[in-house]
Design a protein around this ligand. Structure first.
Ligand code: AHG
Ligand code: MN
Ligand code: MN
Length: 336
């Protein structure tokens, strides 16, 4: 059985500028994931459940586990010197690693250290999402905001960890999507899902339907389409929504399906963050043969303007995304 470490080294030879640095970076993420995994497994026994009483820059309640995961990933990413800075859901501003080692790092990492954190209190799967770019500023200098505001198409690697009934790390460096399952007795990730492909046609739709009244008309129409009976297209589809993006994405990646977080009355641009939630998952889904869109544009083509910007997100099986995009655009045209 191949370990994650062995696989990363093997794949390294496929990078045009193979240096081993990205290998080392991915290995830091793996180590932090193990630490976070260990503590999540003890939730209920140690004091990591619940809120810190603090709100992050987006006005969201920070959970104790959000902060713990943020610290662990930051420390792991700083330790080896490959990374010059980090942007995180839990940090108002970008974090620059201000040391000679840090300034010499070639990469920036954007992350959602703990996705779905409110689910920890109820023992439901959560995750970590990460996105890696080569910096634009010269190596050796202080990194700049522009290093972090690159379109998703410039990612050199992305992935997620899912802390579920088993713990998995799924990543891509642009050569397919590969999944590794952690053997808890050894603390080792083994290759379990090589070259993952999302079915072109799925029959699962994932959306918080409680927001139905605020959805754009095209999305409302698509939901009715999902619910209609039609033998030929295998409808009605089935509805599954965990409320942990990583978990919903992971299930749809394996089984085929669509994840949607449209604009709502509370969140005019949707709830999900472009840089550290949507871009990495868009990169993975495209690598797996699927599609990710804001309803009009490919997610990976959007030029970011702010670290914490939100975007409506439609992600999953190719034909399902094309269908919802066509309905969103049809209705948009009718209205304007
Ligand atoms: P986070 O815990 O990082 O803030 O992310 C929560 C996100 C995402 O995981 C999930 O899909 C979505 O919020 C659920 O939102 P709703 O509760 O509004 O459906
Ligand atoms: Mn999240
Ligand atoms: Mn989070």
């Amino acid at each position: 059985m191949k370990t994650l470490g062995e696989h990363i080294v093997d794949k390294q030879s496929e990078f045009p500028d193979a240096t081993g640095e990205l290998t080392s970076l991915l290995s830091s993420i793996k180590l932090a994931a193990k630490v976070v995994n260990r503590d999540i497994n003890k939730a209920g026994l140690v004091d990591i459940i619940g809120s810190t009483g603090v709100h992050n820059i987006q006005g969201e309640d920070q959970q104790k586990m959000d902060l713990f995961a943020n610290e662990k990933f930051k420390a792991a990413l700083e330790a080896r010197g490959q990374v010059c800075g980090v942007a995180s859901e839990e940090e108002d501003e970008i974090i620059i690693f201000n040391s000679e080692k840090g300034h010499n790092g070639k990469y920036v990492v954007l992350m959602d250290p703990l996705d779905g954190s409110s689910n920890i209190d109820v023992n439901v799967s959560v995750g970590t999402i990460f996105s890696i770019y080569r910096r634009l500023s010269p190596v050796g200098s202080t990194p700049t905001l522009d290093d972090f505001l690159q379109p998703g198409s410039a990612q050199v690697a992305a992935g997620y960890v899912i802390y579920g009934s088993s713990t998995m790390l799924v990543y891509s460096t642009g050569y397919g999507v590969h999944g590794f399952t952690c053997d808890p007795s050894l603390g080792v990730f083994y290759l379990s899902h090589e070259n993952m492909q999302i079915p072109e046609d799925g029959r699962i739709y994932s959306i918080n339907e409680g927001n139905y009244l605020a959805f754009p008309p095209g999305v409302k129409k698509y939901l009715k389409y999902c619910q209609e009976e039609d033998k030929e297209t295998n409808r009605p589809y089935t509805s599954r929504y965990i409320g942990s993006l990583v978990s919903d994405f992971h299930r749809n990646l394996l089984k085929g399906g669509i994840y949607m977080y449209p604009s709502t009355s509370t969140y005019r641009n949707g709830k999900l963050r472009l840089l550290y939630e949507c871009n990495p998952l868009a990169y993975l889904v495209e690598q797996a043969g699927g599609r990710a869109s804001n309803g009009f544009t490919r997610i990976l083509d959007i030029k970011p303007e702010q670290v914490h910007q939100r975007v409506p997100f439609y992600c999953g099986s190719l034909n399902m995304i094309k269908k919802v995009e066509s309905l969103i655009q049809e209705h948009h045209t009718q209205e304007s």
